[in-house]
Design a protein around this ligand. Sequence first.
Ligand SMILES: Nc1ncnc2c1ncn2[C@@H]1O[C@H](COP(=O)(O)OP(=O)(O)O)[C@@H](O)[C@H]1O
Ligand SMILES: [Mg+2]
Length: 254
Amino acid sequence: MSLRGISKRFGAVQALTDVELDVYPGEVVALVGDNGAGKSTFVKILAGVYTPDEGVVTFDGRNVTIPSPSAARNLGISSVFQDLALADNLDVVANLFLGREVVHGVMDEEEMERRSWELLRQLSARIPSVRIPIASLSGGQRQTVAIARSLIGEPKVVILDEPTAALGVAQTAEVLNLVERLRERGLGVILISHNLADVQAVADRVAVLRLGRNNGTFRMKDVTYEQIIAAITGATDNAVTRRASARTPKEPTE
Ligand SMILES: Nc1ncnc2c1ncn2[C@@H]1O[C@H](COP(=O)(O)OP(=O)(O)O)[C@@H](O)[C@H]1O
Ligand SMILES: [Mg+2]
């Protein structure tokens, strides 16, 4: 998926100006930036929540528009926002299939349960039971269920907005493992995170937003922690290197 020239204004606030981003199959791209940099606005455009004022989105080489969340899902773009939108009183199976129940005349509970275990197994996820309410799971397990649910529609791109923000060390490690499983499945992953250690642990590339503009896109192996911080804070904002680095994406893996 490629985005070019994305701009978005809310009244007097220019939230995004001429932003570009690519994500390839089997790649994790981290999107970082200070509060108010435009990260959430940008991914909400991808998720069909907001429509950009300007810009072009191409998906699988075709120009597309994403006028609604269901349009995003139909294209194969799935998102897990910070609130997770899980139903606390329902069990894991019910949450995974919420709104997508497998129906063979009647709702096929056995089939949904079988597919739930299969999905969690593929993700190497540690969930004690798929028949317990979401309310009794840990924060990391809830995040796992939300990510697993995002895979039900067989997406090609998954957007994760701050998936480790509320988690402890061990749970964070589990979620980062999960991100690696998504990459192994050939998905493109866009990971928003405030935690640069997480970003350095799993991302292939990192794109920095600052004040609603691109301020550097780097391959993770070519960039230091200090360089990322400098791009986030604006200590470096050389427009020439910014454009040069933004135009050396990873080769497609397919
Ligand atoms: N719905 C909205 N209405 C008005 N302004 C908004 C809205 N959403 C975001 N903004 C503004 O757009 C800018 C970017 O915000 P946001 O995308 O939430 O940044 P981030 O997620 O990087 O913290 C901020 O100045 C924010 O106040
Ligand atoms: Mg945000």
